[in-house]
Design a protein around this ligand. Structure first.
Ligand code: NAD
Length: 332
């Protein structure tokens, strides 16, 4: 991994909010490898100082105070900082409105104040809620089923207003299920709520079995189907998104592989990759879990020129497994 500029790339300076977290750290690493200058702004509320890639400047601070940390020398902001636990958002919705919406209001004001006019935002498939058809396109209805999804949709609306009123060039990327790892950057959520790292915890002996929530969905094996996208493919889309929108435009793109894998297929693939038997425990359906969530990424292909190149589930899981094993030996 080199941090000298790639041929044809003009080095720029970016603020990465939430760059001590899972996705933000991988994108920060990709920006550095493309020769850009990166400052990470993160309050470490769910992120880790060790997650910030070497070569990035680090400010331990909140997006609510972004005006203090931004200045006109920045070419753009990549905005990952948010709370993102769906279940927690149901029991503590105000925490999500205050941080995700309130924090982004402050960030947008700071960008306006300092004339920083390019934004790439982490939106989510959770903005759609229960899909009306599959694969999901960006023009499908948005009806989030959790305060988390609602807070992200509210931010998408705020960004549209900011683009129209104040000339922001903005892209919202609606991620489906992000997975895998890249170099020393990987998934360290606490508590963990994502399926692949949870199944890997079983393989590591950190949990006894994996809960399968519902096996009577209208899917081929009765378990929920999701679209898993490798975090490095996702990172590449962010770099392309930095130049995709014109001033005054807010472009929204789904990011997924367009392939669905069931919970059982994920567990079976973890068994093959790790050699561990991974016991399952049958559990009732969880409210608000749609049967199938699969992205149409046609807009990302058309507008960003993006194509995923790591869509193989076993490869995604193998990268996550390598990271999880390394973490297991390095975390005290
Ligand atoms: N991981 C996924 O599968 C997924 C899917 C869809 C969308 N997203 C979105 O992508 C983004 C990153 O997700 P992640 O999985 O890397 O989560 P993460 O929790 O690992 O990272 C979020 C980071 O933001 C920081 N943060 C939170 N509030 C902050 C604030 N007010 N000021 C400064 N820093 C703050 C946290 O400390 C953390 O480092 C989130 O916005 C999330 O909603 C993630």
């Amino acid at each position: 991994m080199s941090d000298s500029p790639k041929a044809g790339t003009t080095p720029k300076k970016y603020l990465v909010t939430g760059g001590a977290g899972y996705v933000g750290s991988v994108v920060a690493q990709h920006l550095l490898e493309a020769g850009h200058t990166v400052t990470v702004l993160d309050d470490l509320s769910t992120g880790f100082r060790a997650g910030v890639p070497a070569g990035a400047a680090f400010i331990e601070g909140r997006i609510q105070d972004a005006a203090r940390h931004l200045d006109p020398s920045y070419d753009g902001v990549l905005h990952f900082a948010a709370f993102s636990q769906v279940g927690e958002s149901v029991v503590n919705p105000e925490k999500y409105w205050v941080n995700n919406v309130g924090g982004t209001t402050a960030l947008l004001a700071a960008m306006r104040e300092h004339g920083v006019r390019t934004l790439v935002f982490s939106s989510t498939a959770a903005t759609y809620g229960e899909p009306v058809s599959s694969p999901i396109t960006e023009t499908d209805p948005t009806a989030p089923t959790s305060p988390y999804g609602a807070s992200k949709l509210a931010v998408d609306h705020m960004i549209s207003g900011e683009a129209t009123a104040h000339g922001l060039a903005a892209v919202s990327l609606r991620y489906f299920n992000v997975a895998g790892a890249y170099g020393s950057c990987g998934e360290r959520h606490d508590p963990e709520s994502h399926l692949i790292p949870l199944v890997l915890h079983v393989a590591l002996g950190k949990r006894e079995s994996i809960n399968v929530y519902g096996d009577d969905y209208p899917t081929p094996d009765g378990t929920c189907v999701r679209d898993y996208i490798h975090v490095a493919d996702l990172a590449e889309a962010h770099l392309l998104a930095l130049t995709a929108a014109a001033p005054g435009e807010h472009l929204i793109c789904n990011l997924g592989n367009g392939n669905g894998f069931s919970v059982r297929e994920v567990i079976e693939t973890v068994r093959k990759v790790t050699g561990h038997p991974v016991p399952e425990t049958a559990a009732p359906r969880r409210g608000g879990d749609p049967a199938v969530l699969v992205a149409s990424a046609a807009t990302a292909t058309e507008r960003l020129g993006w194509q995923p190149s790591r869509a193989d589930l076993a490869g995604i899981i193998a990268d996550a497994w390598q990271f999880a094993r390394r973490e297991d030996t390095t975390t005290p």
